[in-house]
Design a protein around this ligand. Structure first.
Ligand code: ADP
Ligand code: ASP
Ligand code: MG
Length: 410
């Protein structure tokens, strides 16, 4: 008998029929004798619809009230799933984040889980109940409702599994595991049997939305056995594991991409100490996060400076940069929000040279110009024109031999 936390995403609970199918799956685990805690998302489209609704009342909704509204999406699903379970003879209790004391900080819209009081859940499990918990939400120490950021139900699932010391945290979604890249972009993508926490963390932070990055961080930190699998069928899914030294690490495990970025450039700023700090300082003061940064080698006594920000903050960043340009008497400010970042990730990169050049050559062969590059120990990222997203991902997928049956191309 095991204790299992199962998280079901929006599509997996998207219709009454899907909710009934989830109930049936939970019942199968119960009849095996397992204790089950279920975390659910809002039904697909509900969170987006609520955001739209809020914006129709207030163009820039107050964050506290937006969280109160968004939390209702998940509250609907917990009640519906508990009803579906009761209907098939599975005793169930639903709880909001507040009711099971998922304590968070007070950063509305991107709150972090601080503590979970698991006593009530344990009591219910002892009584033989399935416990159904609303994902994506918590409560701060003043009793305000908070939400954890898009995709946050993954993190609720993992955090509950950690608090309850569950035997496994199962993330059920609309694909049957973690793939070498998003199968919606590359139909040749292949399911991975396992992937390391480190690689999964990179993929998530570089744009693969299959798991929220914080859920991976949490699982790695608290040693939660984590598996991604399909709610639409059976299968082993993908296990997220620690690095196994006996295993030959694949060169590249996966390809991620991020369409949510925009690029800004300021040209002809003085090439002297303090300029980068000044420019990025002003951007930071406006509460805008910067991702990639490139400074050119100075040609005369001036230099150019390019960086990327979240696309939603592009206009704001451009305004700040124009102001800074006037103060610095810079030559020009320009920007582009039609870019995409494509990244290759793999722990095998540590022990192999030439991966980056193989990546650049594959892109060049397709006539794709690279605008920015950044590397770390286990990843290489490039910024290219957005229109090359599919072509670029597919070219890289092929060159590194990630497709279903094929062998490395070189
Ligand atoms: P859920 O609603 O269940 O949380 P998400 O939409 O958040 O589901 O995540 C699942 C989706 O993630 C898939 O439908 C797929 O398009 C996308 N995805 C992106 N990268 C990957 C990847 N490497 N492996 C699997 N799925 C991926
Ligand atoms: N419903 C929330 C969202 O759409 C949280 C989640 O599904 O994980 O982002
Ligand atoms: Mg998700």
């Amino acid at each position: 008998m095991a204790l299992i936390v199962q998280k079901y995403g929006g599509t997996s609970v998207g219709t009454p029929e899907r909710i009934q199918a989830v109930a049936e799956r939970v019942k199968r685990f119960r009849s095996q004798g397992d204790d089950v805690v279920v975390v659910v998302s809002a039904m697909s489209g509900v969170t987006d619809a609520l955001i739209k609704l809020a914006r129709s009342v207030h163009a820039d909704p107050p964050v506290r009230e937006l969280d109160v509204l968004l939390a209702t999406g998940e509250q609907q699903t917990i009640a519906l799933l508990a009803m579906a379970l009761e209907k098939i003879g599975c005793a169930a209790r639903s709880y909001t984040g507040q009711q099971v004391h998922i304590l968070t900080d007070n950063a509305y819209g991107k709150a972090r889980i601080v503590k979970i009081d698991e006593t009530r859940i344990h009591e219910d499990l002892k009584k033989g109940h399935v416990v159904v918990v609303a994902g994506f939400q918590g409560v701060d120490d003043l009793g305000n409702i908070t939400t954890l950021g898009r995709g946050g139900s993954d993190t609720t699932g993992v955090a509950l599994a950690a608090a309850l010391k569950a035997d496994e945290c199962q993330i059920y979604t609309d694909v049957d595991g973690v793939y070498t890249t998003d199968p919606r972009i590359e139909p040749q993508a292949r399911r991975l049997d396992r992937i390391t926490f480190e690689e999964m963390l990179e993929l998530a932070s570089l744009g693969s939305k299959v798991l929220q990055i914080r859920s991976v961080e949490f699982a790695g930190k608290y040693h939660v056995p984590l598996r991604v699998l399909s709610s639409f069928g059976e299968g082993p899914g993908t296990l997220i594991t620690y690095e196994d030294n006996d295993m030959e690490a694949p060169l590249i495990s996966g390809i991620a991409f991020n369409r949510d970025e925009a690029k800004l450039t300021i040209r002809g700023v003085p090439d002297k100490p303090g300029i980068a700090a000044l420019i990025l300082g002003e951007i930071g003061k406006a509460n805008i996060n910067v991702d990639m940064i490139v400074q050119n080698v100075a040609a005369d006594d001036t230099t150019d400076f390019t960086f990327t920000v979240h696309r939603g903050e592009y206009k704001k960043a451009l305004d700040v940069l124009k102001r800074v340009a006037r103060e610095l008497k810079a030559r020009e400010v320009s920007g582009d929000d039609k870019i995409v970042k494509i990244s290759i990730v793999g722990v095998g990169m540590r022990s192999h040279a030439g991966i980056a050049s193989q990546m650049f050559k594959a892109l060049a062969d397709e006539g794709i110009n690279i605008q920015m590059i950044s590397t770390s120990e286990i990843k290489v990222s490039v910024v290219v024109e957005e229109k090359y997203l599919e072509l670029g991902v597919r070219a890289l997928h092929n060159t590194f031999g990630l497709e279903k049956t094929g062998q490395p191309a070189s």
